[in-house]
Structure formats: structure tokens, C-alpha cells
Design a protein around this ligand. Structure first.
Ligand code: HEM
Length: 512
């Protein structure tokens, strides 16, 4: 049907007027809305000098104590929203997750090669694909299949292979506290690449340590000026101030070499019969069942390498910190809790076998201990920053597009109003929020449960002693300037609980 030109022009004019009115209303509305409260800014730097230097959780909490649960900061022009309320965190990151599931751009992640891991991806098809494939192997049902891997005593804990046995004193007679490090990396290595870690000095375990160290360094707010001034990335390595380019080039070389080596070990090993079936080999063999459509990921091999290294790198260090550092510290500091957990284990499991997953429902005190441990030691005090995809309004305040959202989990986990009863309270906040919530949490919980149950069933953990044999006073140090909090590790006294426990340890090691 022919269109009357005068009618169509009227429609165009009307549409134009409506668009202008909507745009005008949006603009005036933005003007009417204020930014959330925050400390005063200085020219150019904004609030850069207000950012924490030593203890992210505590120093951010001090800012919130002064300005409220939602604070606006400006670091060299980068808007930051500091959130100190579980309700607000849920409101923004869960309920408005379509707008708050992005991650801030990180130049250093790109320069070090870490940008291939999906925890730093921008919100979009590529992230969705990586996360979906990860989820298929790590959702709550899928992780049940890994129980035999968690439950198998790691080879590293057997007397023949632990290099730490020489150094662990006769009084401790235990490889656990020392090789708890690879106890946490071991199941992930097996699931991701089909490789059994052999000892804490295993070269594959060292990959985790080095990659985690780089990850922590690049996550320290304000550590690299290039994050605030991205054009600095183009300065040459030899130029004054170019040291970060040399450092990141070296980190990238090591990272890529590790990613390639681990992949090759998984693939070649399966052909030679030296490694087992793994995430990598399953994905290669059965790529059709993983629905790679629409993921903007043309290179299959690069894609598999990226997801596999995300599993290993994101998982090992976090579990390791909670187990190796926080658990042993907590047990040495709170002997009554330890005794109660042991009494429950004795009652439910008996003394002639190790606990296994079938006992879990009958061990509520142990479950509460694990829950409380995850609250007591928040591994990632400010979680992983999210960022706003578009302008938003919250409680009458304007939140500009690109604002980085920092939730102070460290502070929230210490709120006595929220957590009056640690036995009953949930610890989900330790794993983050919304669409970016930790996808490895079910795996982490299983890993932690079985090791903690086995260690408590067989050993007693006590504080280290000084030269006079007196127990050393212990402190729970949660200070960190980076993304993860290391509470420090001490030379605890770890002894078999009694002769029966010693026999059980001996028998278990001989079966390994
Ligand atoms: C005690 C152990 C762990 C803690 C406390 C922890 C904590 C977290 C937190 C706070 C986040 C950020 C969530 C957010 O952005 O809101 C995260 C993300 C992530 N975690 Fe964990 N995690 C743990 C174990 C694991 C394990 C075992 C794996 C792997 C099997 C894993 C894989 C990941 C990945 C891949 C992400 C990025 C998710 C994304 O950006 O979409 N984590 N974790």
C-alpha cells in the first residue's frame, strides 16, 4: 500500500519529539539524582589517596563507618561504589544482575595473558560460554562424581613421597599440615588434567603458586598506574617506568608455557596411558555435548586451555588458604571446638575407619565448623569487583555506567547483627554474588569437608611451642592489600590422637 508522504512525515516528527522528550527527562533526572555520599575528592587524583594500603577489609570498613553502607569513591576518574550491606549487595548484584555482572577492564590481566581466564572476562557471550561449560562439570550434581577423587588420600600424604617429612619434627609425625597445600590442588589437577600430584614440590603444583602470586599482585588496587592511565601500556619496556612491561611479559611467558604444558600432558598422557580421563579430554572427545554455539570462541583448543586453567588457578589457591592456613590456625586457637568435632566423629564414625561422604548428614557439628571457618576467614575480603554496564539509580542516587562495585565481604562477615549464631548462619557471601558467584563452591566444600573430617578424626592440632616448650600465642591476621587474605602458617604441633589413630593413619597410608 502506498504511503501518504505527509502522514509518514508526521510520524517521523512525532517519534522525534517523543525521543527528545525521553532524552531530556533522562538527562534532567540524572541531574536531579545525586551521587552516593563519600569522602571529598582532590583534583585529578579524586579519592585515590583514600584507597586502603594495608588491610582492604578494615580500611574500607572505616570509610563505610563514616559515610554509610553505600559510598561513592573516585580513583583517578574511575567511579567506585563501596557496598557494606548484604541487603544492598543482593539488591544490586542479584536482583539487578543484568546490569551488574560485568568485570572492570584490567590492562594487567591482558598484559600477563590472564585475560583468557573467564573470571576476568567482560560480561557477554564469551564469558557465558566459558561459564556454562565450567558449570556442566562443577554443578552440585556433577561434583558428586568426584567424591572418590576427593576421598582418595593424596599420594603426597604418604610417607614415601612427602619431602617435608624430614623437616617435620618427630613430635608431629604428620605430613598433613605441610602437604595440605597440594591436598587442595591435587583433586583439581586430577579433574582438570587427569594428573595425580605426587608431592608438594611437584612442578605442576608450582604452577599454581606462581600463577596465584601474579594474580594477587595484579589485583592490588592502585598497584599498577597503567590501570588508571591505560595509555601507559604503550611505553616500551626500556623506558623509565616501563618495569611493569618487563614483569608482565615474563609473567605472560610463564603463564602461557604452563597452560600449554598442562594441556599437552592431559592430551598426550591419555594416549600413552600416563594420565586419566579429565575435563580437557572429555571436552575434546565430546565437544558436541557442550554446546559451543554463540560463544564467540572460534579456536577450540585455545578455548579448552582457557577453561581448564581457570579451574586449576581459581580453585587451588582459595581452597588451599582456607585449609592449609585458616583451618590449622583455627584448630590451634580453639581447642574446645576441635574436641567437640572429634567427639562427634568418634560417636558417628567409630575409631577404625576414616570418615567419608556418607557420614556427612550425621555430622552437624562438623558442618557448622566448616561454615564458621568460611565466615571466620574470608579468603577474598572484597570478593571480585563487578562493574555496572549502564547508568542506574539506587535509593535516589545515581550510579554511573562503568562504576566498579566493591562489596566488603570481610566486614559483612563480622557483623554481629547478621551473624549472631555462626552454627546456623549461611556463608554464601564468602562465594560472592549474582551471576558471577563462585561456580567452584560445591567442589570447594567437598574438598574441604573430607580433608577436615579426616584430619580431625586422626590428629590433634596444637599451637607451636617456643624454645622453653611453652605454647606460642596465635593471632588471626586478615590484613591484605590484594584479593586474597593469607593468615600465615605456623609450625603447629600435630600429633596422632592416640595409638588407635596412629594405626589408622599407618593403614591408610599403606593402602595409598
Ligand atoms: C574456599 C574456596 C573458594 C572461595 C572462598 C571462592 C570465592 C570466590 C569468589 C568470592 C568469587 C567472586 C564471585 C563474584 O564475583 O561475586 C569467585 C569466583 C570464581 N571462583 Fe571461586 N572460590 C573458592 C573455590 C573455588 C574453586 C574450587 C574453583 C574451581 C573449581 C573456583 C572457581 C572460580 C571461578 C572460575 C570464578 C570466576 C567466576 C566468574 O567470574 O564468572 N573457586 N570465587
Amino acid at each position: 500500500m502506498p504511503l501518504d508522504p505527509s502522514t509518514s512525515w508526521s510520524w517521523v516528527a512525532l517519534a522525534l519529539c517523543v525521543s527528545l522528550a525521553v532524552a531530556w527527562e533522562a538527562k534532567t533526572r540524572r541531574r536531579r539524582l545525586h551521587l552516593p555520599p563519600g569522602p571529598p575528592c582532590v583534583p585529578v587524583l579524586g579519592n585515590a589517596l583514600d584507597l586502603p594500603r594495608r588491610h582492604l577489609g578494615l580500611e574500607f570498613q572505616q570509610i563505610s563507618d563514616k559515610y554509610g553502607d553505600v559510598v561513592y569513591l573516585d580513583a583517578l576518574g574511575q567511579p567506585i561504589l563501596l557496598v557494606n550491606s548484604v541487603k544492598v549487595a543482593h539488591e544490586l548484584l542479584d536482583k539487578r544482575s543484568a546490569n551488574y555482572s560485568d568485570r572492570p577492564m584490567s590492562v594487567m590481566a591482558e598484559l600477563t595473558g590472564f585475560g583468557c581466564m573467564f573470571m576476568v572476562h567482560k560480561y557477554g557471550n564469551r564469558w557465558r560460554l566459558h561459564r556454562r561449560v565450567f558449570h556442566q562439570s562443577f554443578n552440585s550434581d556433577a561434583v558428586v562424581e568426584y567424591r572418590p577423587i576427593h576421598a582418595a588420600p593424596p599420594a603426597a600424604c604418604s610417607p614415601r613421597s612427602s619431602p617435608h617429612r624430614e623437616s617435620s619434627s618427630a613430635r608431629s609425625n604428620c605430613a598433613y599440615p605441610y602437604c595440605a597445600q597440594c591436598t587442595s590442588a591435587s583433586p583439581l589437577m586430577r579433574v582438570a588434567y587427569g594428573v595425580d600430584l605426587e608431592e608438594p614440590n611437584d612442578r605442576y603444583f608450582q604452577v599454581v603458586e606462581r600463577v596465584s602470586a601474579v594474580g594477587e599482585e595484579i589485583s592490588v588496587p592502585g598497584r599498577f598506574p597503567v590501570e588508571g592511565l591505560p595509555s601507559l601500556r604503550y611505553i616500551p619496556e626500556w623506558f623509565p617506568g616501563g618495569a611493569f612491561k618487563r614483569w608482565s611479559a615474563e609473567a605472560k611467558r610463564y603463564f602461557q608455557e604452563s597452560v600449554n604444558t598442562l594441556y599437552a600432558v592431559a592430551v598426550d598422557g591419555l594416549h600413552k596411558g600416563t594420565t586419566k580421563e579429565s575435563f580437557v579430554t572429555r571436552l575434546l572427545e565430546d565437544v558436541s555435548s557442550y554446546d559451543l554455539e554463540g560463544g564467540d570462541e572460534p579456536d577450540l583448543e585455545a578455548f579448552i586451555k582457557s577453561v581448564a586453567i581457570s579451574i586449576y588457578a581459581a580453585g587451588s589457591d582459595t581452597v588451599n588458604l582456607l585449609l592449609h592456613a585458616a583451618f590449622f590456625l583455627a584448630m590451634a586457637m580453639f581447642p574446645d571446638v576441635q574436641r567437640k568435632a572429634q567427639a562427634e566423629l568418634d560417636r558417628v564414625v567409630g575409631r577404625d575407619r576414616l570418615p567419608d561422604f556418607s557420614d556427612a548428614d550425621d555430622l552437624p557439628y562438623l558442618r557448622a565448623l566448616l561454615t564458621e571457618l568460611a565466615r571466620w576467614h574470608i579468603v577474598t575480603p572484597i570478593s571480585s569487583p563487578h562493574s555496572a554496564i549502564a547508568d542506574d539509580e539506587f535509593n535516589g542516587h545515581f550510579i554511573p555506567k562503568g562504576t566498579v562495585i566493591i562489596v566488603n565481604i570481610w566486614s559483612l562477615a563480622r557483623d554481629p547483627e547478621l551473624y549472631p549464631d555462626p552454627d546456623a548462619d549461611p556463608t554464601e557471601i564468602a562465594f560472592g554474588f549474582g551471576r558471577r558467584i563462585c561456580p567452584g563452591r560445591y567442589f570447594a566444600e567437598a574438598s574441604l569437608w573430607v580433608v577436615i573430617a579426616s584430619v580431625l578424626h586422626t590428629f590433634t592440632i596444637s599451637p607451636p611451642v617456643d624454645a622453653d616448650g611453652k605454647p606460642v600465642a596465635l593471632e588471626h591476621d586478615t590484613a591484605t592489600r590484594g584479593v586474597v587474605a593469607h593468615p600465615g602458617f605456623h609450625d603447629y604441633v600435630v600429633k596422632p590422637r592416640d595409638a588407635q589413630a596412629e594405626q589408622l593413619i599407618h593403614d591408610t597410608r599403606n593402602e595409598a
